[in-house]
Design a protein around this ligand. Structure first.
Ligand code: ZN
Ligand code: ZN
Length: 313
């Protein structure tokens, strides 16, 4: 047993690169990387995320989370000969933002020898996001709505393409901070339907839905950032220019609480995960029927799905 000394690795005594407050440990480069990968393996095992013989699609944007997810899961899964992998990048059509990240995603896929597919809103929905935002700006009520348009269309397109390409799972890079912010936002907006889906399982089992998995769910954002940095991963660091406001306030609020009492974010996530089965039941009891959209054929709770309603008018 090595005596722990501030600034030196709790496990080996080498100079530390990270102080994990919620655990009371200091970690050197090697032990930090190992601890993250062990934790992700555990999250994946616990959630039975990837089964035998499955094909896994990575949703890769070029940002730090999805880039690190592709890099790390490739490292973890490459020894499993029964698992096949490919990557999908959605080009939303945000001039000057998506171009760089597309290049980054392409480069990493080439390096890891993973097939990379790119699909754009322009080709699949008829117009780029920039166009939608222009229209919204004219109507004077665009704030916050760009993310709704974009998020819906991205989910719609990823699900459709991953399914067509034979994926059993889609990997998303959402980290602990993303998850906890999402949970709080859903509470604030009263969006039970979204909350019910957050835990990962779809409300209704259907082969039309490719289940989404989030192996980074229990890793704080700054630890993913450090993991990417320590592994020399190239990432797109600019934030999307259309990002909305309320989420920032929730993020700052959670960061303040976490600084005062380390472990707060884990507490929010774990409480939610315990409640999730109950929340799903409540939503189902409210009457949830799975239909197929009359316009695009994708699964929907309405005759016309939300994506078609917003994008194809
Ligand atoms: Zn160490
Ligand atoms: Zn539709």
């Amino acid at each position: 047993m090595i005596m722990s000394k501030p600034g030196y690795c709790t496990k080996c005594g080498k100079k530390a690169v990270y102080h994990r407050k919620y655990e009371g440990t200091y970690l050197c480069r090697g032990h930090f990387i190992q601890s993250i990968e062990d934790k992700v393996r555990k999250t994946m095992r616990k959630g039975k995320m990837i089964g035998h013989g499955e094909t896994v699609a990575f949703a890769v944007s070029g940002g730090k989370d999805s880039t690190a997810a592709l890099y790390m899961l490739h490292k973890i899964l490459r020894k499993r000969r029964d698992v096949a992998m490919f990557a999908i990048t959605i080009d939303e059509g945000i001039a000057g933002y998506r171009d760089d990240s597309l290049k980054i995603a392409k480069k990493l896929c080439k390096k890891l020898r993973i097939k990379h597919h790119v699909f754009s809103f322009s080709d699949e929905l008829g117009r780029p996001l920039s166009d939608v935002v222009k229209g919204l700006k004219k109507s004077g009520k665009w704030e916050g709505t760009a993310c709704t348009y974009c998020g819906l269309a991205r989910r719609w397109l990823l699900n459709r393409k991953a399914r067509e390409l034979g994926a059993h799972k889609i990997v998303f890079g959402m980290n602990l901070d993303d998850e906890v912010q999402g949970i709080m936002m859903d509470y604030i907006r009263g969006d039970l339907m979204r909350l019910a889906r957050m835990a990962g399982e779809p409300l209704v089992q259907s082969r039309l839905f490719v289940p989404r998995i989030k192996p980074f769910r229990e890793i704080p954002e700054r630890e993913i950032g450090l993991y990417a940095l320590l592994n020399g991963l190239e990432i797109q660091e600019n934030e999307c220019p259309f990002i909305e406001g309320p989420r920032f306030k929730v993020r700052d609020f959670l960061n303040t609480l976490e600084a005062e009492s380390p472990g707060t974010k884990f507490s929010v996530l774990n409480t939610f995960l315990r409640l999730a089965p109950g929340i799903r039941e409540v939503v189902k009891k409210g009457g949830f029927e799975l239909l197929r959209c009359q316009k695009c054929g994708e699964p929907s709770s309405q005759k016309i799905c939300k994506t078609c309603e917003l994008w194809r008018k």
